[in-house]
Design a protein around this ligand. Structure first.
Ligand code: PLP
Length: 451
């Protein structure tokens, strides 16, 4: 007998004790990061200027499972395992034979999945004697998570926040400051990179790429300070697999396995987190599971970008990564899913897409908000606009299941709640939200500037 359940909890003793490193199971090896100055293989010692050795080691790890340190598990236990919830009312409204489950990462103290990597990053830096972490934030989700984690471990935290968000989203700034972080609108006068941009354009609204340049420079020029990134890099992807490992155990408990796993995709960490533990079964045993990465039509990295070496920032300070990119000079239009506006994508997610292991789809923001409202009204949770991209894809798949008359089990990561995004909901509800799509011409322009 199958148990029909709304919610599946695990006890804190059941939290997985390892992260999953999918690179151990990749058929095609990853292209290595290159040194931005020499364009040759990067010397890992160079990364020590901004990263602790433990994370550099994880960045290059080859073993399939990496143990989670006891101290990190202690913090995870405060909010993990997050619940796995069946969207029964949504299924009913859609009149679909499909089962829809969501893993609710909005249940973390920071309100999104990003705390899952902020905690181990702060931990490893603290362990290696670092006093301060510098980072960037766009919409503020990553800055919030790192501020909380630094506060846990007694580290100082400097957050370069994209200026337009700093001005438009004071609540995220206040949240970070509540945890003791110093928040600086970017571009700023504090760094060479920031001063250069301001000299060209004193009214620059900033971008994630600019803020990354500032944070990296800050870390590289202060010996007691390291840099911390909230997505894209292999070690971040690794930490987020805790989401999918838990979801797998939860689905096992009710005798379920997803046919489709869906995650929204900015830099790829949430998508990787929910899908990689399931893709392990596909890569190792040929299990038939589809994984769909969902991105905004306004920043269509996988669906319209190019698989090429590119910088992670505007100034060209970061290592060159082989990834799907719309070009590091790409300034995305200001859409409301701020967390999905990054020009590049995780090299691992990119490799899987290139090899046809995963799928990708892009949606415009109005259809995404329509899905968000339907979800909110059926499940009672206001999703982050980023997460709503995954909801939209799940709804489309559930409708397809109805039309084709097939049973299907769909799993999505609900990467965060939208309580700090209500202004965007207000815009949508009052007809002020416009669809923005990037033309092929625009993308060609920034792609022509690839290094
Ligand atoms: C940052 C963020 C994302 C996108 O980042 P990824 O690295 O692609 O996961 C998605 N959802 C929420 C709620 C976020 O804060």
């Amino acid at each position: 007998m199958r148990k029909e359940r709304y919610k599946v909890f695990l006890s804190e003793d059941e939290i997985p004790h390892s992260w999953y490193n999918i690179t151990a199971d990749l058929k095609t090896p990853l292209d290595p990061p290159l040194d931005p100055s020499t364009r040759q293989l990067i010397d890992p010692n160079k990364l020590k200027v901004i990263f602790p050795e433990a994370l550099i080691k994880q960045e290059m790890a080859t073993e399939a499972f990496v143990p989670i340190p006891e101290e990190v598990l202690e913090f995870y236990k405060q909010y993990r395992p997050t619940p796995l919830i069946r969207a029964k009312r949504l299924e009913k409204i859609l009149d679909t034979p499909a089962k829809i489950f969501y893993k609710y990462e909005g249940a973390t103290p920071s309100g999104s999945h990003k705390l899952n990597t902020a905690i181990p990053q702060a931990y490893y830096n603290k362990k290696e004697g670092i006093k301060r972490l510098a980072t960037e934030t766009g919409a503020g989700q990553w800055g919030s998570a790192l501020a909380i984690a630094c506060n846990f471990f007694g580290l100082d935290c400097t957050v370069y926040m994209v200026k337009v968000s700093y001005n438009q989203k004071p609540y995220r700034r206040i949240l970070m400051e509540t945890f003791g972080a110093k928040v600086i609108p970017s571009p700023s006068e504090f760094t060479e990179a920031g001063r250069k941009i301001l000299a060209q354009d004193p009214n620059s609204p900033g971008s994630l790429g600019i803020a990354i340049s500032e944070a990296v420079e800050d870390a590289a020029t202060h010996p007691d300070t390291n840099y911390s990134l909230g997505s894209v890099l292999n070690h971040v992807i690794l930490h987020q697999t805790i989401i999918g490992e838990e979801a797998k155990l939860q689905m096992e408990k009710i005798d379920e396995y997803p046919d489709i796993v869906i995650g929204c995709c900015g830099g790829g960490s949430n998508f990787a987190g929910i899908s990689f533990p399931f893709l392990r079964d596909k890569l190792r045993n040929g299990r038939n599971v589809r994984a769909i990465a969902v991105e905004p039509a306004a920043c269509p990295t996988l669906t319209k970008g190019e698989f090429a070496y590119d910088f992670g920032d505007v100034a060209g300070l970061t290592p060159l990564l082989k990834m799907y990119t719309v070009g590091s000079q790409f300034v995305p239009p200001s859409i409301h899913a701020g967390g999905l506006r990054y020009h590049g994508d995780s090299p691992i997610v990119s490799r899987l897409y290139k090899d046809g292991i995963i799928e990708a789809i892009a949606y415009k923001q109005r259809e995404v908000f329509e899905a968000a409202i339907l979800f909110a009204r059926s499940e009672g949770i206001i999703p982050a606009p980023e997460s709503a991209h995954a909801i939209k894809a799940a709804i489309d798949e559930a409708i397809k299941a109805r039309e084709e008359g097939v049973k299907k089990t769909i799993l999505i990561s609900l990467s965060g709640h939208g309580h700090f995004d209500l202004a965007a909901y207000d815009d949508y509800l009052n007809g002020r939200l416009e669809d923005v799509e990037i033309s092929d011409e625009d993308i060609k322009k920034t792609l022509s500037k690839l290094p």
